[in-house]
Structure formats: C-alpha cells, structure tokens
Design a binder for this molecule. Structure first.
Ligand code: GLU
Length: 432
C-alpha cells in the first residue's frame, strides 16, 4: 500500500511576486494576522516571528557507483521555550531553508494548540529519494543525522517522519545516534518501528486526527457523515488514512490523487483497489473512474476537501472556485493567506493544518513519553487519549473563532499567546 506522498512536486502556486509563494513569508503573515487579532505584545511578537536557530549542512554521500555526491540539508528550531524542539524531516527536491523555517514555526503553534510540551522544529534534505537505492538512502540518512547531531537529542530536539520519510528512516537515525552514545537512544526520534520503541497508533495518528476534526466539523455544521462526500489530494500516509477512516465513518470518498493526477468516481472510490492498482501499475485507478487533474480535484463539488500533499495548493487564483463546505488541511500550509480570506468570506469551514494534522505530533509525544518511561501503552489507550486531546483542541479553537469572529486558523494561533507566555517567563534568565 502506498504510504508516502510522492516525491514529484504537486503543481502549486506560481505568483509573479515570489514573496507571495514563499512559505516563510506566508507563515510570518499568518503570524502577524494572529498576533494582531489576539492582541499580542509587539515586543513578544518580534521574538516569535523569527526562528531561533538554523543549521545548514552540506555533506558527502557514497553512492552505489562508488562516486561521492554532495547533498544539502537543514534543521531549524523556531522556538524551544515550551520544551524540546519537535518536528519532522522531509526529503524532497524542492526543499528550501524558507520552507523549513515556515514548517518549524507551524510546529510551534501546532504543539501549543494541542497543549503538548514542545517547541517547533523541522528538517529537510534536498533530494528526490525515488532516485536513490535503499543503500544510498541509508547512507544519506546516517550522514545527515550525524551532521545535525549537534542539535538533536531526547531532551533537545526530536525528529519524526514527514514528506517522503518513514519508520525505516527513523530507525537509521536512531541507530546512528545510538552507535555514538554506546547505548540505545529510542527517545531521540519518533515514528519508529514498533519493535525498537515506536508507538502503537503512530502511523495512522495524523490521518486519525484529520478524521476526528472533520467529523467534529460536520457535526458543527449539522451534516451527517452519510451525507458527506470527500476528495483527497495526495493519497500518501496522511491522505490515505484520512480517506479510509472517513469512509469507515460513513462518508463517501469520490476522488483521490497522487502527483500524477486524480481518480474520480461520483459513486465512490474503492480506496484499497485504487491504491493497489498504483502499486502494481504506477497509477491510481479503479474499474470505472474518470482521470482528472489535481487542480480539478480541488474544485470538485464535495462536502469535504482534504489537501494532504504540499504547500500553496489553494491560492487566490483558485480559492473562489473551491466548492467544498469543509477544507481539512492534512498537509502543512496548503492554503495561502489570500485564499484563507476568500474561503472565509465564502463561508468555507477551514480546519487549519496546525489543528487538523496535529494528531501526528500528539502521538509522537506519546511515543517519546513511553520511550522515556520504558512503559508502553496499548492501541486503545493511545487512540482514546488522542481523541480526547484532538476534541478538546477543536472545541477550544471553534469557541475562540466564534466568539472573536475570526478564522479558525487565527483562532488556532491562540497557541501564540501560550508560546509568548512561556517565552516571557523564560526571558528573565536570558537576554532576548
Ligand atoms: N511531520 C509531522 C507534522 O508535520 C509530525 C511531526 C512530529 O511527529 O514530530 O506534524
């Protein structure tokens, strides 16, 4: 079963002004909107709108043909006042330092939204992993881990999977750190295989959180799951799990896509058949389905749209044509601030990334706690605790959004004051 978002880039947003499409500029603009709406002290805002640390590493990797190839990677800490830095590692040819900075900042707000004691981080390597052999991927992962080891550690910075990285890559990262420590250090990464300290429920956690928040949004809007149709852009781990769990709750999934395009059938998609076809023949298909583009998928007349691929998919060029009642952001940063306003004015209910996809980091937190305590919980406990946290976060964000008449994204940034409060307590012993 395909469990990864494809490495080939989704066709995103190309604006004349590159700042408009720059994820870091977008993250800062979202922050400014939230800081203003939530009345954040301007001094504190000036601290929180920047990243604390940015490490750029260029390192050699031994390839199978015995040549050495150089790769560039990043690890960024946005803020560490609420706890160790936390966030995934992405392998993608389009990775940039500005993208990693934005993703690190979003991790800070995400952890604050669900109330877990972490700051925000992110990492990435500029690489198309589909072009590497397994051996080359392992060499690259181990060398990158070694290069960023000056930052990572169970009480400092804990990486996890993100686009095109998975449990095996986390295992190589953990082993690289453990080799040098001289003992096993499971709590240095999350999203590991179960046998070496991974957690039950972690692979599905992000999609489960998306499903839970979507069901809560449907309830809020008075729509029964049985009456809801769903389109999912990007049927990797997050998109696939969200689609599968929503179908289990009675929703009808009518379109799914990968980077090559979408498979659409208004009578419903047989998810497992479609994904199996992709494994066998490299293309999402089922017996009766229409092939449409990713852009067309976004504009389908569905109840729920789940962008679960990359950034900047819903922008001012297409936001007006979005027909979904609910947009559940499985991906990080799929909607630009201009599109946010258009969707808000149209009455589209957006479940922002920092809330919708926070299930992943929440179960990462459970995994870290279990590793540190060397005491493991069963899947039922994990899912129950996850649901409690996600529902509390959803209710809190919805309440602020309704009370203050602000977008769900801006309301979710109430994590900004939480981070600011910690930062201001901590500032007494630090020079800001
Ligand atoms: N990469 C995931 C995210 O963007 C998970 C991060 C984590 O578990 O640390 O939320």
């Amino acid at each position: 079963m395909a469990q990864k978002v494809e490495a080939a880039p989704f066709k995103g947003f190309a604006e004349a002004d590159p700042d408009q499409a720059n994820p870091w500029k977008i993250a800062q603009r979202q922050f400014d909107i939230a800081a203003q709406a939530l009345g954040l002290d301007p001094n504190m805002a000036s601290v929180l709108r920047e990243c604390k640390r940015q490490l750029i590493v260029t390192f050699p990797v031994l390839m199978d043909d015995h040549t050495i190839q150089m790769f560039t990677g990043f690890r960024v800490h946005h803020n560490v006042d609420r706890g160790p830095a936390k966030g995934g590692i992405r392998y993608h040819p389009g990775v940039t330092i500005d993208e990693v900075k934005a993703l690190a900042m979003w991790m800070t707000w995400k952890c604050a939204v669900v109330g877990i004691p972490y700051g925000g981080a992110k990492g990435g390597v500029i690489v198309d992993p589909k072009r590497l052999s397994r051996n080359e991927l392992e060499n690259l992962t181990r060398r990158y881990t070694s290069e960023i080891s000056i930052l990572i550690g169970p009480d400092r910075d804990i990486p996890a999977p993100d686009v095109n990285t998975n449990a095996q890559i986390m295992a190589w990262m953990m082993d690289t750190i453990s080799m040098h420590a001289g003992h096993s250090v499971p709590a240095v990464v999350t999203g590991k295989p179960l046998g070496i300290g991974g957690s039950e429920g972690r692979p599905e956690a992000t999609g489960r959180g998306c499903m839970l928040t979507t069901i809560a949004a449907l309830k809020h809007l008075g729509i029964r799951p049985q009456d809801a149709t769903v389109a999912v852009q990007g049927v990797g781990n997050v998109g696939y799990t969200t689609a599968k769990l929503l179908a289990e709750r009675g929703c009808k999934v009518i379109a799914v896509s990968d980077s090559n395009g979408a498979c659409y059938n208004e009578d419903g998609i047989e998810l497992d058949e479609v994904v199996r076809e992709k494994e066998l023949n490299g293309r999402l298909r089922q017996q009766v389905c229409e092939f449409i583009s990713n852009e067309e998928l976004l504009e389908l007349p569905v109840t729920v749209l789940v962008p679960a691929a990359l950034e900047n998919q819903i922008h001012r060029g297409n936001a007006n044509r979005i027909k979904a009642r609910i947009v559940c952001e499985g991906a990080n940063g799929p909607t630009t601030p201009e599109a946010d306003e258009i969707l808000y004015d149209k009455g589209v209910f957006v479940i922002p990334d920092i809330l919708a996809n926070a299930g992943g980091v929440t179960v990462s937190y459970f995994e870290w706690v279990q590793d540190l305590q060397e005491f493991f919980w069963d899947e039922h406990d994990i899912n129950e605790r996850l649901e409690r946290i996600m529902m509390r976060a959803f209710d809190n964000v919805l309440k602020v959004s309704l009370e203050k008449k602000i977008m769900m994204r801006t309301a979710a940034c109430r994590g900004v004051p939480a981070a600011a409060q910690t930062t201001s307590y901590c500032s007494k012993s630090r020079s800001m």
